[in-house]
Design a protein around this ligand. Structure first.
Ligand SMILES: [Zn+2]
Length: 295
């Protein structure tokens, strides 16, 4: 298993350890469980959905990258497909705290980037901050999204975020994780550019219409792409670089091993992700960063 899981492994019950070991020992384990694996583990351990999600939290929190706070938050999102997706917080030395990733954002973005259509439940080891409550309010199905916290009864997102301000207040009907294709093109055969373009075409930016996507090439050749996720309250918006970094991190790769990066965005968009994308990536040691414009 990946070294980051070893220190928390003893926190899992013996039953869960034996059901999970063949899955987590796979070198390609990408911090998610398919619906089929979830069913197998639940049946082997006699867990219901919530028990399994809580039991997995130490593994999710072990994926955190927290050079500033050393405070590891783990989250598990459950998709409508039945798949479970890990999420963990991330911080970036020498960058503003606004560049940080919260565990709930990580678990939702993880699910979205793996093709999940809707989140039905979120389990977290600490109560969601206001920022994350607002971020989750952007999701399709936000009114029925259930929140599970240690020692609390399950509740709905809107129990934690009463009188919410959200997309509906701005007459926005396309929500986060909805299927969408903006129809942009770029004349390039470069796989990294094509991957960033695909992410931009699926990005959620109904407020600024400044669609963007990022693709990162790891030194082993693997490509990770991230879609921009805008929010009705603006500040909880999630940049495309952070989305790609979530996927890279949860796939077990090191942030310092990014060889090349591409951001695509509109030339005349009212927003640009370029300056902060370049800053964060340079601080991670990536020197080959390109900007390509959408057509
Ligand atoms: Zn948060």
């Amino acid at each position: 298993m990946h070294a980051r899981f070893q220190s928390v492994w003893p926190q899992l019950s013996e039953k869960l350890q034996s059901a999970l070991k063949p899955i987590i020992d796979d070198p390609d384990f990408s911090a998610m469980l398919t619906a089929e694996q979830v069913l197998q583990i639940k049946s082997a351990c006699l867990y219901h959905d919530d028990e399994l999600a809580f039991a997995l939290l130490p593994l999710a929190a072990a994926c955190a990258v927290t050079p500033i706070s050393h405070f590891n938050v783990g989250a598990i999102s459950r998709g409508v497909s039945g798949n479970l997706y890990f999420g963990a917080n991330m911080e970036f030395s020498h960058c503003a705290l606004q560049q940080s990733v919260h565990a709930e954002q990580s678990a939702i973005t993880h699910a979205w980037l793996r093709g999940e259509k809707q989140i039905v439940a979120m389990t977290v080891n600490y109560t969601p901050c206001g920022h994350c409550r607002q971020f989750m309010n952007e999701l399709r199905g936000n009114e029925s999204l259930s929140i599970h916290l240690p020692g609390r009864q399950p509740a709905k997102l809107h129990d934690y975020l009463p009188d919410a301000f959200g997309p509906v207040d701005l007459n926005i009907t396309t929500l986060l994780m909805d299927d969408i294709h903006h129809g942009y093109t770029i004349d390039s055969h470069d796989p990294l550019v094509k991957s960033a373009l695909s992410a931009a075409n699926q990005s959620h930016a109904p407020y600024s219409l400044s669609h963007s996507g990022v693709a990162l090439q790891h030194k082993d050749g693997t490509i990770f792409s991230g879609k921009y996720a805008e929010n009705a309250a603006f500040n909880p918006s999630f940049p495309p670089l952070q989305a790609a970094l979530v996927l890279l991190n949860l796939s077990g790769k090191k942030l310092e091993d990014i060889e090349r990066a591409v951001l695509v965005e509109g030339k005349d968009s009212i927003l640009s992700q370029w300056a902060t994308t370049e800053l964060v990536l340079k601080n991670l040691g990536c020197q080959h960063i390109e900007l390509h414009h959408l057509v």
